[in-house]
Design a protein around this ligand. Structure first.
Ligand SMILES: Cc1cc2nc3c(=O)[nH]c(=O)nc-3n(C[C@H](O)[C@H](O)[C@H](O)COP(=O)(O)OP(=O)(O)OC[C@H]3O[C@@H](n4cnc5c(N)ncnc54)[C@H](O)[C@@H]3O)c2cc1C
Length: 567
């Protein structure tokens, strides 16, 4: 068949999205993560070719379609995916085992790194909600439920043709309120050994028509009102008689995330399996949301990276006023800002992932370390969402008029970025939850202790001054927060979150620069500090320094040196 003509409309297509991404490799080096052993280079090849092309094809040409009735007039409510999308998903699950590693080897970095490389939020959502479903079953399913569902949800025995695999789903939001989970009205009734669900208000149900089993929040009859009365159930697609267990009313018309079908689901005496204790359902739900919020963060980073790749390669080729775009100072400034913003929020996010990795088995009541991981998750979710909107906007702008055309990929990345502040708990909700983690759980204490401890690794005046100032801003922000009334704190919550996030990003970048002995990363930390903490104009660097930062695919000697042992 030859090469796909897609290469004529995309500069990012056909490249290995792992191997070219030296800043990402640095972050994994910093975590001392064996990315070659984890097979990320091979996934990077697949992500930069098949996943990239197919996700764009689905957006432009081949949307999922709900098949409601069979030839025999039976209600089936299944989603028909384009065969190319099905092939990509089967390969990601079967061959690359994307969902599997947290449950077989406790490796969450591989999972989140994979979502970053995939980038497309539709495909990423399908895998994320499946992972979340597996996570809740893994933690709170009884032995029979685990035995029946875990191997299917994780794709333990899945072949490339997808046999032995089941997609999951997480249906919490209802028409009357998504942020306000306590307003859930779907009702659960105990019937002997099993439970039955009733209600037609599940209003945003991703993977509807795909999922073999879904996590569903519902209120047991007689349970207390509000969020504490919510229990968490696993609802199989087919009941114990093999009949459809719930119906899909319709699929939504969305402006992005088209690869994942999102529908409205109705339960009519649907059989359900209670997970854990009914009274703790809200805690289990929030635990699962840690996974999806971190996924959201790496997904936003992936979106921004794809947009950056399109813009960077285009700027190298396109000429204006007799030289390539990338030679114009103002274009260099845009690319520096984009790259700096990506790398700062990336180190912050992977710090959250590192802490989640250490605490993912925690159950209520949680450890301080778990609350710290949660704090970083709220911050990373919002910071990356803002970053992705900004970076994708600039990437579009750097393409000039064609950036606005629906026929090329860069326009899609901006549309896709705009979901990231909304789902998995909107930005306001993350900011309010961050306040709660600080006020009620003192989650900022482990943060301060960790950053203070890391300061011993910082060498050189430039690094020390960056590190000290970012810690000062962090402490001052926390001090100010402690003087505010509840109303004032809520009013300022997003600004506070942003200041904390920027400070953590600079401190972590500076630490990483020291651990990896990287002048380039120290330059990025300096730029991030100037632009986002001091809010001053970016300094005009030497030409070589500029190229060092924006040419992310450039091989550098220091890259392979890896992590310096900390004395
Ligand atoms: C494409 C797509 C797929 C989705 N998939 C799923 C899914 O699979 N499962 C699922 O459960 N949900 C899903 N959702 C729903 C999504 O998680 C919710 O839309 C989101 O959590 C917000 O809830 P809401 O739409 O009810 O908005 P609301 O809760 O009504 O919020 C509206 C606005 O008010 C703000 N707000 C609300 N409360 C407060 C407050 N106390 N203080 C300050 N501001 C506040 C919010 O930040 C938001 O800006 C999906 C949504 C989309 C768009």
């Amino acid at each position: 068949m030859g090469e796909s003509p897609y290469r004529f409309i995309s500069d990012a297509y056909g490249k290995n999205h792992f191997e070219l991404d030296k800043p990402f490799i640095s972050v994994l080096d910093y975590l001392n993560y064996d990315y070659r052993g984890a097979g990320l280079p091979s996934l990077g090849e697949f992500a930069g070719r098949d996943v990239y092309e197919v996700a764009d094809y689905v957006d432009k040409v081949a949307r999922p379609k709900l098949i409601v009735w069979s030839l025999d007039g039976e209600r089936v409510d299944r989603v028909w995916l384009d065969p190319a999308e099905r092939m990509v998903l089967e390969k990601l699950v079967g061959h690359y085992g994307v969902v599997r590693s947290p449950f077989t080897s406790g490796d969450w970095v591989r999972y989140f790194a994979s979502i970053y490389l995939i980038g497309d939020p539709g495909i990423a959502c399908i895998l994320t909600v499946t992972n979340q479903t597996a996570y809740s079953v893994y933690k709170y399913g009884d032995e029979a439920t685990k035995k029946r569902f875990l191997p299917l949800l994780t794709g333990e025995g899945a072949q490339v043709n997808g046999k032995g695999f089941m997609f999951g789903a997480t249906w919490f939001t209802e028409v009357q309120g998504g942020s306000d989970l306590g307003a859930n009205t779907v009702e659960a009734l105990r019937a002997g050994d099993t439970w039955r669900l009733n209600g037609n208000t599940k209003y945003f149900s991703s993977d509807a028509g795909l999922a073999g089993a879904a996590l569903v929040t519902a209120r047991p009859r007689g349970a207390e009102p509000g969020v504490k009365g919510i229990a968490l159930f696993l609802v199989p697609e087919l009941d114990s008689n093999g009949r459809r267990n719930f119906s899909v009313r319709r699929l939504k018309e969305k402006s992005g995330t088209l690869a994942v079908p999102t529908g409205e689901v109705e339960f009519h005496d649907s059989e359900a399996i209670l997970l854990g204790e009914a009274e703790k359902g809200v805690y289990y739900t929030l635990e699962g949301l840690m996974v999806s919020r971190l996924s959201n963060a790496v997904g936003a980073l992936g979106i921004a990276r794809k947009a950056y790749l399109e813009a960077y390669y285009y700027a190298k080729r396109r000429k204006a006023f007799g030289r390539s775009l990338i030679e114009h100072p103002l274009v260099q400034r845009d690319l520096l800002e984009m790259e700096t913003y990506i790398e700062g929020t990336m180190t912050l996010t992977f710090s959250g992932i590192h802490h989640f990795q250490g605490t993912y088995k925690d159950t209520p009541p949680y450890t301080d370390e778990y609350h710290y991981a949660r704090l970083l998750t709220h911050i990373a979710k919002n910071m990356t969402a803002d970053m992705a909107a900004h970076v994708t906007k600039l990437a579009m702008e750097l393409h000039g008029g064609i950036g606005f055309l629906a026929e090329f990929p860069v326009e899609r990345w901006h549309r896709e970025a705009l979901i990231t502040p909304i789902w998995e708990g909107s930005s306001n909700i993350q900011a309010l939850d961050m306040l709660e983690a600080i006020a009620k759980k003192a989650a900022h204490q482990p943060l301060l202790s960790e950053l203070e401890g890391m300061s011993k690794d910082i060498r050189g005046d430039a690094g020390r001054s960056l590190y000290t100032h970012s810690l000062e801003v962090l402490r001052k922000t926390l001090d100010t927060l402690s003087t505010l009334s509840l109303d004032e704190a809520q009013f300022q919550a997003k600004d506070i979150l942003e200041r904390l996030g920027h400070s953590i990003a600079v401190a972590t970048l500076t630490h990483m620069a020291n651990i990896l002995d990287s002048k380039r990363i120290l330059t990025v930390a300096h730029l991030y500090h100037t632009r986002f903490i001091r809010k001053e104009p970016l300094p005009r660097l030497r030409a070589e320094e500029i190229s060092e930062v924006i040419e992310i695919d450039r091989d550098r000697g220091e890259q392979s040196a890896g992590r310096r042992e900390v004395e």
